[in-house]
Design a protein around this ligand. Structure first.
Ligand SMILES: [Ca+2]
Ligand SMILES: [Ca+2]
Length: 728
């Protein structure tokens, strides 16, 4: 019997301890997507800053590059550029142009917009918006707008339906241009809000839809304050943009904010998104606040899709408006296959474009959003039930469930050749399998243990091998001939547990070690079919905690505290960023009570939480420190405690009431760093310290939806470092 997680359903414990799925209560978890295409500039973006701004419309994607070496005009920035990619009939995205002004210092590319055959690139230091049109198959500059008062100041640009909107600093507002026979003609100039002296915000953000234009006004904290306001313009009779009806919106719930609200504004047909606040006009045309979408950044033209930041920018969330229209749940999680930190995003017509301005490797990531956004169920086998139901072994294999202490696992002891066990159910073409693998003996040199996906027969499958002499290789067996697709370094030690994952998701074939990708290739040699499983060659090995699912794993959150960013919520305690002399850490120094630090940004599935925890001082006896997972709120989460009383405990807090699920002996000392990993996968909870499984428990009382994670302690001072939160 295996434990099941019912992602698309409601997990319920029946009499007799049987887990069952009900498909009534909970919506399905969102699908996890890796990029369909990786868009890399043909010249590698030599001046850096690729991904500063992105825009996608139809088959055209534009990614700007600008390194902005010195900000605010205090020095020179490097040459900006806009790279144009177009989708070919084959489905491939090809770079078709690199646009540039040739001037270094105009901050060309701070913003970009594309609509049909028109691209607009903003250059705020020169106060200009450069307009390009695709003429006879090539992108040509057809106008340079701005530079005089009231003509646009090149900070924010938008285009829709043949009308360009440009933010204007002085007078404060927006300027509209329309393509006419003679060229781009200014048709409206809107002046509203408070012009800001601070050159960090040269002019308001703008956007335009076929029936509305919008700009935001930052506001000013004076007496009386100039409130942050978003101005919406509806063209007058005959579509006259020069004589609009104006609506001014301030922050709707609670006292309006003086500064900062309406910094980010977007409008699409009859929906406006202002700093994550969604507005729509009612039957009388009055704009009404509807709801808040946390982290929201980009509103799609379809009016039902919002892209937002999540997990300290390690992935993006795609929200879809429900058919009843009253909510915007997350329906997809978009991650880059190489864990890039996401800094900019755009979406259109079922595609999303993400980029990482901060990435050392210049790339943008193009996603095709499928029609089915439901994540399929994850299956896990811990072998704690003592059987191996669900596994089919290949001839020449000798598998049996074995026991050591309280742990049960799947042991293979035959060393005459290849040995394998396959997961019996027929999964989707997308297959991921991860396991804790402990080699026990190699029969000779150059032996290996690993995992398989898309295993149709002994001659056709993907596999990963951890080699007896060290190293890990990703291979493909096709028609009986093997090919090595990629390699990475890996210490391989008899008796040590190796956490390895192999994924075949679309043509992304990846190997993860310790929940981080180490080998990534695109390969379509084996497009689908077959089974996932475990495999080894003339090696005795133990397999445990096997997870089989169809989605790629992704790293939702990483923090080594080297950057000053604080993507956390300090729930309790005194937290400071401290330089220890060798690295930056986040230090908790309050010894008077509990201290908790949780991440900003929720994940929607299972969690693997890992960190270096170094206690420096305990006040009193039976003090503790540890990690939290599935943190729903400060009264509901799972956690592990490493205690000065000599135990390690997995606990849960449900409606404020704590309960110990398992307690094992474990000794902690001050000023020793512990690499602690807490896993909450399906109904399983596991704790590893320094890579060794120390305790496990089963609990299904906190369902894995919309939760954060973090660090907790009680009357303990501690240095925190190298936090990683992954979703398997
Ligand atoms: Ca086990
Ligand atoms: Ca650090």
């Amino acid at each position: 019997m295996r434990t099941m997680k019912c992602s698309a359903a409601f997990l319920r414990l029946l009499a007799g301890g049987v887990l069952a799925c009900y498909s009534l209560s909970l919506p399905a978890a969102p699908v996890v997507l890796l990029e369909k295409a990786r868009l890399a500039p043909s010249d590698g973006a030599p001046d850096g800053g690729f991904g500063r701004s992105v825009a996608i419309d139809g088959n055209v994607a534009v990614i700007t590059a600008n390194n902005q070496q010195a900000t605010h005009g205090a020095g020179e920035d490097l040459l900006g550029a806009a790279y144009v990619f177009e989708r070919q009939a084959s489905g491939a995205w090809i770079q078709t142009a690199k646009l540039t002004t040739g001037d270094d210092g105009d901050l060309y590319g701070i913003d970009v917009a594309v609509g049909g055959n028109v691209i607009v690139v903003a250059a705020v230091f020169s106060g200009l918006a450069h307009v390009y049109e695709k003429i006879s198959g090539s992108w040509q500059q057809t106008a340079v707008l701005g530079s005089t008062s009231g003509s646009g100041s090149g900070f924010s640009v938008a285009i829709e339906n043949g009308i360009i909107a440009i933010g204007e600093e002085e007078p404060h507002g927006a300027v509209l241009y329309q393509r006419q026979a003679t060229g781009w003609v200014r048709i409206a100039s809107y002046e509203n809000g408070f012009p800001l002296g601070d050159d960090e915000y040269y002019s308001p953000r703008v956007d335009i839809s076929p029936n509305y234009a919008i700009h935001g006004s930052w506001g000013f904290d004076s007496d009386p304050p100039h409130l942050s306001t978003a101005y919406i313009y509806k063209p007058g009779p005959g579509g006259n943009w020069a004589q609009p009806t104006v609506t001014a919106l301030t922050q709707p719930n609670g006292p309006p904010t003086a500064t900062g609200w309406s910094r980010q504004v977007m409008i699409s047909a009859n929906t406006a998104l202002i700093e994550g606040y969604v507005f729509r006009p009612d039957a009388n045309g009055q704009w009404r606040f509807e709801t808040i979408v946390p982290g929201a950044s980009q509103l799609d033209d379809d009016e039902v899709t919002i892209l937002g930041f999540a997990g300290a920018y390690r992935y993006a969330q795609l929200h879809r408006r429900t058919t009843s229209g009253d909510a915007w749940p997350v329906r997809a999680e978009l991650a880059a296959s190489d864990e890039a930190r996401i800094t900019s995003m755009s979406s259109d017509a079922g595609r999303a474009l993400l980029a990482s301005y901060r990435s050392p490797t210049a790339a943008a990531y193009l996603y095709e959003v499928p029609s089915n956004l439901n994540r399929n169920a994850l299956v896990e086998d811990t072998f704690q039930d003592g059987d191996a139901v669900g596994w089919v072994t290949t001839p020449g294999s000798t598998f049996a469930v074995a026991t050591s202490g309280t742990s049960r696992f799947y042991r293979q002891t035959n060393t005459t050749g290849n040995a394998a066990a396959l997961w019996q159910t027929t999964p989707n073409n997308d297959q991921s399998i991860q396991a804790d693998i402990t080699p026990r003996a190699f029969d000779g040199a150059d032996r290996w243990f690993g995992l398989v996906t898309r295993y149709s027969d002994a001659n056709n499958y993907y596999y990963v091998t951890a080699r007896s002499g060290g190293g890990i290789h990703l291979k493909r067996m096709l028609g009986g001939t093997f090919t090595t697709l990629g390699t990475a370094a890996l210490p391989v030690t008899i008796g040590a547990t190796h956490r390895i994952r192999l994924e075949a998701v679309a043509d992304h074939i990846r190997v993860l070690v310790n929940n981080r990708p180490v080998i990534r290739v695109r390969d379509s040699g084996i497009a689908g079919g077959g089974q996932p499983g475990v495999m080894m060659f003339r090696t005795q090995a133990d397999y445990d905690n096997i997870v089989v699912n169809e989605n790629p794993a992704f790293t939702a959150f990483v923090d080594d505290f080297q950057l000053i960013n604080f993507d956390w919520n300090a729930v309790a305690g005194t937290w400071n960023r401290v330089d220890t002399g060798t690295t930056w850490v986040r230090r908790q120094s309050d010894l008077t009570g509990g201290a908790r630090l949780v991440t900003i940004g929720e994940t929607l599935g299972d969690q693997i939480v890992e960190a270096d925890l170094r206690p420096t001082q305990f006040s009193g006896t039976d003090r503790w420190f540890g990690l939290m997972a599935r943190y729903r709120d400060d009264a509901n989460y799972h956690y592990v405690t490493l205690r000065t009383s000599g135990t390690l405990q997995i606990r849960k807090l449900v409606n404020g009431t704590a309960q110990t699920l398992v307690s094992v002996p474990f000794t902690v000392q001050a000023n020793v760093s512990y690499r602690v990993r807490l896993e909450a996968v399906g109904s399983s909870l596991r704790v590893y310290v320094n890579g060794v499984l120390r305790a496990e428990a089963a609990d299904a009382s906190i369902t894995p939806v919309a939760s954060t994670a973090g660090v907790a302690m009680y009357k303990t001072a501690l240095d925190l470092d190298n936090v990683v939160i992954a979703q398997p």
